[in-house]
Design a protein around this ligand. Structure first.
Ligand code: NAD
Length: 488
């Protein structure tokens, strides 16, 4: 069993109070972590503040080198990280090995390489002046992350923020702090200066988060989590006018036109709904299928869902693990009930799995609904679990109308072989990320983020480096021998 302190100013700080982190698949305690309070929040912010001037003064190359070293070390500890990520989340080791760790390494390498693209511009202004801009880091960034992809969601904040010259206090989700703490070990090993990166853990959602978001010395807040908490984060940040970026919930449409390559669309419909047991902000759970292929798609989709290998997340053959916590188990159950009251039919699944070997975890059957009214709660609320719904539609116009009916706007999937149609629909759907003939592809090079209640600000890509983690300073120089006398 691992034991962790808080990572503050390059040191491991222990606290009198500690809490247990458990494997959601079997309830076993896998680690003990420290409990940060007001004093430790203050220490971490002060450490990040002190480290800032020196870190910001270093070259992009130097900061990039350190990130590259972190990436190499993460690669060396690949299997250990993949195992712990699976143990703390309940997600399958197949996923954490194939996605979370390699994707985190790529993000670190990408931002290490692209850092020199942080450039200013010279602006031609009339008269004898030189006018130019500089992109400068903010200072201390508070990063707050959820439990579904703990390492990758932290790394997509850490890499751009640090390479741009900011320092950071990271608060991972209470139930999944371990890979962030392991990353802190790596940061110390590769020589990241003390205080540049700090990690605070606590078992009670909101406690440390509230202190960080309202702290006047936090210059930028980068939040990923639910829309409800995102609203609160914004309110607290407003008290000291800190800029905020929010990556929030979703209820994304997955639109299958009749001319789509159905084999491909089916494969990705499974990925869009049952990867991470459906606990994905981008879950494409509203599957709209054009009427001529609706029956075929439905039959084949249900068959594929019924074949998913449910089991121990740490078994490499398991395709579908446990939900992350008890509240997560209640959600799909509640929404399936609501859907049935509203006249929907359960095509497969719909129940928790409570018999051995599933009785010690929070297992819920991969579920497919149909005859769902698009305006009902099951079709509009984020469930964040393995509940997909099939809804027929006719034509492009109806597809766009149905897609845009919800208040979220994170992602959308479009399936057709007609590129004109794909692009027309892509341009009309209200979503920050649109996938055509694929789904859930999130390369580090391209911006990612939501419309509407799914948040604002774009993570990843050059956009994020420039817009989220640097601020613009304009310098105006008078080069004329004359000067302007306003008074007298
Ligand atoms: P959550 O909002 O409950 O918690 C997210 C983080 O915020 C956690 O670290 C939590 O401890 C912290 N927190 C809780 N109260 C806080 C407060 N008052 N102030 C500051 N921080 C506080 O979300 P969750 O249940 O951990 O994650 C699921 C949600 O995250 C879903 O809605 C999902 O769609 C969303 N999500 C979005 C993205 C994205 O990229 N858009 C990615 C992953 C998850």
């Amino acid at each position: 069993m691992r034991t962790y302190g808080l990572f503050i100013g390059g040191e491991w700080v222990s606290t009198a109070e500690r809490y247990e982190v458990r494997n959601p698949a079997n309830g076993e305690v896998i680690a003990e972590c420290a409990v940060a309070g007001e004093r430790e929040v203050e220490q971490a912010i002060q450490a990040a503040l002190q480290a800032f001037p020196d870190w910001a003064a270093r070259s992009y190359e130097e900061r990039g080198e350190i990130l590259r070293a972190v990436a190499r070390r993460l690669q060396e500890r690949f299997e250990e990280f993949a195992l712990v990520e699976s143990q703390e989340t309940g997600r399958t080791i197949r996923e954490t090995m194939a996605h979370d760790i390699p994707a985190s390494v790529s993000v670190l390498d990408y931002f290490a390489g692209i850092a020199p693209a942080i450039q200013g511009e010279t602006i031609p202004v009339p008269g004898m002046y030189l006018n130019y801009t500089r992109r400068e880091p903010y200072g201390v960034v508070a990063a707050i992350t959820p439990w579904n992809f703990p390492l990758w969601l932290a790394v997509i904040k850490i890499a751009p923020a640090l390479v741009a010259g900011n320092t950071m206090v990271l608060k991972p989700a209470p139930t999944t702090p371990l890979t962030a703490l392991m990353l802190a070990e790596i940061m110390a090993e590769v020589g990241l200066p003390s205080g540049v990166f700090n990690v605070l853990t606590d078992p009670t959602p909101g406690t440390v988060g509230d202190m960080l978001t309202a702290h006047p010395k936090v210059s930028k807040i980068s939040f990923t989590g639910s829309t409800a908490v995102g609203v609160r984060v914004m309110q607290r940040a407003a008290t000291h006018v800190a800029p905020v970026s929010l990556e929030l919930g979703g209820k994304s449409p997955f639109i299958v036109f009749a001319d789509a390559d159905l084999d491909r669309a089916l494969a990705y419909a499974l990925l869009a709904n049952y990867f991470a047991q459906g606990q994905m902000c981008t879950a494409g759970s509203r599957i709209f299928v054009e009427r001529p292929v609706y029956e075929t798609f439905r039959e084949r989709f249900v068959q594929r869902v019924q074949r998913l290998q449910i089991g121990d997340p740490q078994d490499p053959l398991t395709e579908f693990g446990t939900l992350h916590k008890r509240e997560q188990l209640e959600k799909p159950r509640h929404y399936v009930e609501l859907a049935q009251q509203d006249g929907a039919k359960v095509l497969t699944g719909g129940n928790p799995l409570t018999e051995p070997p599933f009785d010690k975890g929070f297992y819920f059957q991969p579920t497919v609904l149909e005859e769902v009214e698009p305006t009902t709660r099951v079709a509009c609320d984020e469930i964040f679990g393995p509940v997909a719904m099939l809804m027929p539609f006719e034509g492009e116009e109806e597809a766009v109308r149905l897609a845009n009916m919800v208040d979220y706007g994170l992602a959308a999937g479009i399936w057709t072989q007609d590129i004109g149609k794909a692009l027309r629909v892509a341009h009309q759907v209200q979503a920050g990320k649109v996938w055509i003939n694929c789904y859930n592809m999130i390369p580090p090079h391209a911006p990612y983020g939501g419309y509407k209640l799914s948040g604002f600000g774009r993570e990843l890509g050059l956009h994020c480096l420039l817009d989220l983690y640097t601020q613009v300073k304009n310098v105006h120089i008078d080069i004329s021998p004359d000067y302007f006398e306003w008074f007298g």
